[in-house]
Design a protein around this ligand. Structure first.
Ligand code: SF4
Length: 776
């Protein structure tokens, strides 16, 4: 089915935006309707049945949306509203046909919204935009690989190219990709993790020796207390609500620490249970702590101080001294540091009352097993690394790592973002991994660190990066400082996107540009040796196979593994001794090499074929082994830094709506927050509005207030009075990325600080009818 007529896509008119009351519960029957109606409409009954009944099943395919894990005992429907939207978005039979490229110039496509671009359907053939031209044109795969290989081989240095990866990429494709990139001669492997959980990786790596969750899926159901910080499960990983409900059913309690009272943190109505359909559902948070943006570290320090004080008052009754003595280091330094904690500064930073902090500390000390989970609300703060180190401090005090129902659990955003790191997608892979590559493939991979996402954009801007290849994703939309990122991308000699559908990154391009269309997870992957499966790793380190279920949407599509293999062969020739043809023909060969190179993946081919796959070894979780520099889990000392909000200003966070996944916009409603038919809104506390002389429903310009010379303004956003903490506002990502300077990054991780944007609001200078735009 071709879909070339843009008139069939309804671009929403922001002036028709409707604002209602936020919801106080998530999912339920409306969630099912929002999932299934678009699926049936877009894909029809047969394709819907073939995909949805195999989504997240052991013999099916892994959801390409978030990285939430699967339970061992699965139901018929093992997906959520957002998983169904992601499948519908990918498995749509609508395609971009050859004549589309002559009809639409790149300049014209650039004027289109992310939503419109996505609605054009699946990409089906490679297209190339020569230098100086404004149109892509279809080319053969051979021509596409030849153009790209020639460009790469003509660079003065391999470091003039960067190779980005999104969390869509399978383990097999990721391993082959990083192998090609390192054989080509660079470690420039930026990825989406640089923008999300990089702070987690650094904090946990330095304290417990592994930058991953220390729990298994079943631990949720065994936990006495789950503390959820900086995270909105109802929208970003909805099936987590099922795990939380199970924890409550088993007697556990839940504390939610978040600036906004998100529906999914309050109450959940499971549409697969009677109490979720006709009953009230389950109240999720026993305590909701509405914290100011950036206040988490202060809260954690205050709770730790209370735990230490309680131990001092009643020695031997609060801390797990045996665990600390046997496995940890640094407690004395932590105690000395927190002796000087300033309670007034804590209250100022958090915006909380003393009793709220006391209650949390009390809950923590009464619980025998505690899990703390977190997401971007922490990682994208300026002190995100330090805040996560305080989570580890708190857990270590009572031995809450390496026992049932306890641990640290970062929740990853994109399906295989964690697996891609395991497979070597990182600009700073440790020497042991590079040694293993050298031994397995008999070439010397480069040892100097490559560039992360922010550094890659900076090098593009400065003319030091000439070629950019993206294995999925939409970097110009995902990263901060949109205009700087777009200007940098246009500074390239060549940009290349390996994609399933169109997005903004196909319209903001280098002199030359290529789009290489790839198969999706839903599709049957036939190669010379037969039908292939790929594998992925979820947020709790479980690795499992993913089998496509429907015929590819076009016969000319290549899998990601095939694209990497052919590109490598075209670029490297005989330079390295790797059987790229064999990689494409049979993914077992890729997995055989993974077995030899990637720690913990021994016998990969055999273990991935066990029912449900296998769980990667994890020292802290399995045996309280901490592979840090000292072999001990480290208590750390972190200096508190108050998030300053100058008078008359607000701290803004960017966030997702319920109708989007990362930069993919499925629709223009955010029903849990009461928003319909639009995205250009800013959520502000009503008392702040009064103080600023503004009103709900008014249109404002949002001025970014960083101290560089650039004035960043988002025009014409509708104010929505919302129950956010005083001084804290929120607006949707990626629209608000324009307000975050490229150099505004978290200490220690270089992650853009999208949860710490100082802004001021002014009445809109142009009329609402003039539309919204950003000025830099
Ligand atoms: S929770 Fe995440 S992985 Fe599971 S179905 Fe929903 S979007 Fe997909």
């Amino acid at each position: 089915m071709a879909h070339n007529d843009p008139r069939e896509v309804n671009e929403p008119d922001e002036s028709e935006i409707e604002v209602g009351k936020p919801k106080s519960w998530a999912a339920g029957v409306p969630g099912v309707m929002h999932a299934m109606v678009p699926a049936l409409t877009d894909m029809g009954v047969n394709r819907t049945r073939k995909t949805m009944l195999k989504l997240n099943h052991k013999d099916g395919f892994d959801c390409m949306s978030c990285a939430w894990p699967d339970p061992d005992h699965r139901k018929v429907f093992e997906f959520c509203e957002n998983g169904a939207k992601a499948v519908t978005w990918e498995a749509t039979p609508i395609t971009v046909e050859s004549d589309f490229w002559a009809e639409h110039s790149v300049s014209e496509l650039r004027q289109r919204s992310e939503y419109w671009l996505g609605q054009q359907g699946r990409l089906t053939e490679p297209v190339y935009k020569p230098a100086g031209e404004d149109h892509y044109r279809p080319v053969s795969w051979d021509e596409a690989f030849s153009v790209l290989a020639k460009k790469l081989n003509g660079l003065e240095s391999p470091d003039e190219a960067a190779f980005y990866t999104s969390g869509r990429t399978s383990n097999e494709a990721a391993f082959a990709y990083q192998l090609f990139v390192r054989a080509f001669g660079t470690n420039n492997l930026p990825d989406c993790s640089n923008m999300c959980h990089e702070s987690t990786g650094w904090a946990m790596g330095q304290t417990v020796g592994i930058g991953k969750s220390t729990i298994a899926y079943d631990d949720f159901g065994k936990s006495d207390l789950i503390i959820i910080m900086g995270q909105n499960p109802g929208t970003n990983h909805p099936r987590m609500l099922t795990a939380l409900e199970e924890a409550k059913d088993n007697g556990g309690s839940i504390v939610a620490v978040n600036p906004l009272p998100e529906a999914g943190l309050l109450r959940y109505k499971d549409p697969q249970k009677v109490k979720g359909v006709i009953g009230r559902g389950t109240d999720i948070a026993d305590q909701f702590i509405q914290i100011r943006l950036g206040g988490d570290m202060a809260l954690l320090q205050a709770v730790i101080k209370r735990v230490l004080d309680a131990e001092e008052a009643n020695p031997g009754t609060v801390l797990d001294q045996q665990f600390i003595d046997q496995y940890c280091e640094g407690l004395d330094e932590l105690k000395a540091h927190l002796d000087r904690i300033d309670e007034d500064a804590v209250l100022e930073s958090t915006g909380l009352r003393v009793e709220e902090i006391d209650e949390l500390a009390d809950r923590y000390m009464k619980a025998e097993s505690v899990i703390i989970t977190w997401a971007m609300g922490l990682t994208q703060q300026k002190k995100g690394v330090a805040a996560i180190k305080e989570i580890i401090n708190l857990l270590l005090l009572r031995g809450n790592i390496g026992k049932p129902g306890a641990g640290a659990s970062p929740i990853r955003g994109h399906s295989n973002v964690q697996g891609d790191r395991t497979m070597g997608i990182w600009e700073q892979m440790p020497p042991a991994f590079l040694d293993a590559i050298e031994k397995e493939f008999s070439f010397s991979p480069p040892r100097e660190h490559g560039t992360d996402s922010v550094q890659t954009i900076q090098k593009m801007r400065d003319g030091q990066m000439k070629v950019f290849v993206a294995m999925g994703g939409n970097l110009v939309a995902a990263i901060s400082d949109t205009h700087a990122a777009e200007a940098a991308m246009e500074n390239l000699e060549m940009s290349v996107q390996i994609s399933t559908k169109l997005n903004r990154s196909h319209t903001v391009v280098g002199d030359e540009a290529l789009i290489l269309p790839t198969m999706g997870r839903t599709e049957i992957d036939r190669q010379a040796s037969g039908i292939q499966f790929v594998s992925v790793e979820d947020t709790v380190c479980a690795v499992h196979p993913s089998w496509g279920q429907v015929e590819p949407v076009a016969p000319n599509l290549l899998s990601e593994v095939a694209i990497v293999s052919r590109l490598a062969a075209a670029t490297l020739g005989e330079k390295v001794d790797v059987d790229w043809v064999g990689f494409e023909a049979n993914y077992d060969l890729v997995r055989e090499h993974i077995s030899h190179v990637v720690e913990g993946c021994e016998d990969y081919n055999q273990r991935i074929r066990q029912e449900g796959g296998f769980v990667l070894a994890n020292g802290p979780r399995d045996s309280r082994t901490f592979p840090t520099a000292t072999g001990k889990a480290m208590f750390t000392v972190n200096d508190l830094e108050h998030v300053e909000c100058p008078p008359g200003r607000l701290i803004l966070q960017t966030l997702r709506s319920h109708d989007q996944f990362n930069t993919t916009i499925y629709g223009h409603d955010d029903r849990y927050r009461g928003i319909k038919k639009g995205r250009e809104v800013i959520f502000v506390n009503p008392e702040d509005l009064t103080e600023m002389g503004l009103a709900d429903g008014q249109y404002v310009d949002i001025h970014g207030e960083y101290t560089d010379d650039t004035e960043r303004i988002l025009h014409n956003f509708r104010v929505v009075a919302y129950p956010s903490p005083r001084g804290c506002a929120a607006a949707y990502y990626p629209e608000a990325n324009v307000l975050v300077p490229l150099g505004a990054v978290a200490d220690g991780s270089n992650t853009p600080v999208s949860k710490h944007v100082v802004i001021r609001l002014e009445p809109a200078r142009v009329s609402q009818d003039a539309g919204t735009s950003a000025t830099v």
